[in-house]
Structures are given as structure tokens and as C-alpha cells.
Write a protein that binds this ligand. Structure first.
Ligand code: TXA
Ligand code: MG
Length: 354
């Protein structure tokens, strides 16, 4: 299959709308990451998404809408708290898990009786939904297991030959996927943290829970609230290790670790804050943004992980951010990229002091 990458204009939006109506796939920008869209009501179309990504069939997709009236048929009921949150945060990077309506294909929801829905703020998505009239299912546009793409070129690298059209709408602003919140029963629960933070949700709803598996691997026998949490995710090809501790210790430990790995013949590098680029200039530093700006780190994270693959880095050491606000979304992704492999800077530096 020939994959076209087109700039966004009236004609390319019309082409995208036509392809969606015909049950074909279209990759397109959203404010979070790039997605692969297919008509959420059309099971045959949605199956093509799973094939293009190599995604396990039991991992449900998010349905994208552009107005509250589109919820009709997609969900069977809009819980009161969902209405409040929609008024506060839609359009935007918030997905709400609600009781599934009769029109959503089983394939979209992987057979669950709930459905995740979001109203994106990106003008290109809104234009495509309006032009097609199609509420579309759309996962991130990466091959399953790879970091999500935040621009058209990275989408092309993964999807070339797998779908007919990629709309190039520039870089995604947020850089990590939407917050997934279950509002079906009990206390609302964050299944996946994102750009809409716990504090923001609590300012509208009062207390909100966070699923335990957000910052750790699923335990043996533990049920995945969000099926996506079960899978290896966001991983570059190299082995990522997170380095924790006091700022100066972390910088010294990362320098030591990267130099040691280099000497052993590895292609080693560090992911560090802008403030530490100079101190780590001999360690192939990749700037993940300012230590004081978790949103900037979120924006750069997947892009950085993808560059590491292009450079064939096989040993990677990364700084961490506090798991608060948008930092919770960063650490959820970074933890999985590292398969939760973490070391303490002080332990690395101990031998020297001895
Ligand atoms: O920002 C985003 O959400 C992007 C853009 C393209 O909109 N989409 C995205 O989709 O990240 P995906 O498929 O990569 O991730 C969807 C996540 C998965 O972890 C999945 O398990 C969870 O949402 N999810 C979807 N429907 C669910 C449901 N009914 N119950 C629980 N979790 C659900
Ligand atoms: Mg994904």
C-alpha cells in the first residue's frame, strides 16, 4: 500500500473524511500524540487498526467526538460527573470511560461493556470529524510497544505501507497521551495519567483515585483496570535505567555510569535536564527539558525516546521528575520505558567514597 503524507488543507481533510466513511484508516495529529483513526461503528474498519499497529485485540480503543450530541449511541448513559468534567475539560486531553452504547463496535471496545471517549481540541481532528460525521476510534499511531509519535515523520516511519493517508499537522503540543479516567462506578479513578492532572480533576469532582499500576508493574494476578497497562510500552530498543537521588549526586552518577558503559563498548547516552546539559556534555546528553517544567519534559519525552532508537543507543540513563501534576504522566511513561529499572545515585557513587 502506498502511504501519502499530505499537509492539512481543505482537500486533504475531504480526502481523510472520504477514507473514513469508506472504512479505511487515516493517521492524523491530535493535541496529545498522532493517532490512527477508523470509524468506531465499523468493526471491519477498526480491525485494520489492530493489524496496522500489531496491537493485541484485547486492548480497547478510545472513541473521538467533536460535540456532546455525538455521545448519543456511543455511550448508554452520561454520568453526572462526566457532564461536569466535560464542561470543564472538553475539548482537551481527557478520556472518560463510560457505559458503552449500542452503536460502538465490539472490536473498538475489545468486548468490554464500557467505552473510553474523548473530545480532542486539535483543529485538524475536529475538522475531520465534522467533515466525515464519523466518531472515530483512534489509538496512538505507533507500532505496538514503541513510543507514541508526536509528528508526521515519526508516524510515517512506523506506518509506511500500512495505511493510505497521514495528515501532517506539525508537532503535537502535549506530547503524552490523554488522561484516562474511569467514571463508571465508585470513586473516579485515573487509569492513565496525562495532561489533565489529578489536581485539575479534583478541583471539579473532589477526591479522585489513581490506579496502583500507574507507577509500578502489574503484580502477578492483579487485574488490569486499563488493559493497555498490561503490555510492554513506550520502549526504545536500548535498556533505559532511571537514576534517582539528590540533584548533584544524580549528575555525578549518570556521568560515571555512561562513561563506564562507553568504555565497555556500549553506545551509551544520558537523558538529562537542560540545566545539566553542560555538566554531562561528554555523555551524549539528550535534553528532556527544564527540571522546573514537567510539561516541557512531557512534550519532549517520546520524541527523545525515538531519537535514541535512530542513534542505535543501547544503554541509556535518565533523570526523573517528581510524580506530581504532569510529572505523574511523565513518570508513568518513563517507568514503563525503563521496565521500572531504577538505581540510586548514592549507591553508584559509594565505591568512590570508600
Ligand atoms: O491521547 C490519546 O488518548 C491518544 C490520541 C490518539 O487520542 N490515544 C491513545 O489511545 O493513547 P491508545 O489506544 O494508545 O490508548 C488507550 C488507552 C489504553 O491504555 C486502553 O487500555 C485504555 O485507554 N482504554 C480504552 N478504553 C478503555 C475502557 N473501556 N476501559 C479501560 N481502559 C480503556
Ligand atoms: Mg498507545
Amino acid at each position: 500500500m502506498n502511504t501519502q503524507v499530505l499537509p492539512v488543507n481543505e482537500e486533504s481533510i475531504a480526502l481523510a473524511a472520504k477514507l473514513l466513511q469508506q472504512g479505511e484508516l487515516v493517521a492524523l495529529p491530535t493535541e496529545t500524540v498522532y493517532g490512527i483513526a477508523a470509524d468506531a461503528r465499523n468493526g471491519e474498519a477498526v480491525k485494520k487498526i489492530f493489524e496496522a499497529k500489531g496491537r493485541p485485540q484485547d486492548n480497547p480503543l478510545i472513541v473521538h467526538i467533536c460535540g456532546m450530541e455525538m455521545l448519543h449511541g456511543i455511550v448508554s448513559e452520561v454520568p453526572e460527573r462526566a457532564k461536569k468534567l466535560a464542561a470543564a475539560f472538553w475539548p482537551g486531553p481527557l478520556t472518560m470511560v463510560m457505559p458503552r452504547g449500542p452503536e460502538v463496535s465490539e472490536v473498538t471496545c475489545a468486548g468490554l461493556d464500557t467505552v473510553g471517549v474523548r473530545m480532542p481540541s486539535h483543529p485538524v481532528v475536529q475538522a475531520v470529524i465534522k467533515a466525515s460525521g464519523v466518531a472515530f476510534a483512534a489509538p496512538s499511531a505507533n507500532l505496538s510497544g514503541k513510543p507514541s509519535p508526536t509528528n508526521a515523520q515519526d508516524t510515517f516511519v512506523d506506518m509506511d505501507g500500512r495505511l493510505p493517508l497521514i495528515l501532517d499537522g506539525g508537532e503535537s503540543a502535549v506530547g503524552v497521551e490523554s488522561t484516562v479516567l474511569d467514571v463508571t462506578s465508585g470513586a473516579p479513578c485515573i487509569l492513565r495519567p496525562g495532561g489533565i492532572t489529578k489536581d485539575m480533576l479534583e478541583s471539579v469532582l473532589g477526591h479522585v483515585d489513581v490506579a496502583g499500576s500507574v507507577l509500578r508493574p502489574l503484580q502477578k494476578g492483579e487485574k488490569a483496570l486499563s488493559p493497555g497497562m498490561r503490555y510492554k510500552h513506550y520502549s526504545p530498543d536500548g535498556q533505559v535505567t532511571l537514576v534517582e537521588g539528590a540533584e548533584a549526586d544524580v549528575v555525578a552518577a549518570m556521568a560515571k555510569l555512561a562513561t563506564h558503559a562507553d568504555a565497555q563498548g556500549h553506545r551509551a547516552c544520558v537523558m538529562c535536564f537542560t540545566e545539566h546539559m553542560d555538566a554531562l556534555k561528554d555523555c551524549h546528553p539528550h535534553d528532556i527539558g527544564s527540571r522546573d517544567n514537567a510539561s516541557e519534559v512531557a512534550h519532549r519525552l517520546f520524541d527523545t525516546l525515538r531519537r535514541l532508537d535512530e542513534e542505535h543507543m543501547d544503554v541509556i540513563f535518565s533523570e526523573v521528575v517528581p510524580p506530581e501534576g504532569v510529572g505523574l504522566a511523565v513518570m508513568n511513561r518513563l517507568g514503563r520505558a525503563a521496565a521500572f529499572h531504577t538505581i540510586q545515585a548514592r549507591d553508584v557513587l559509594k565505591d568512590e567514597e570508600a
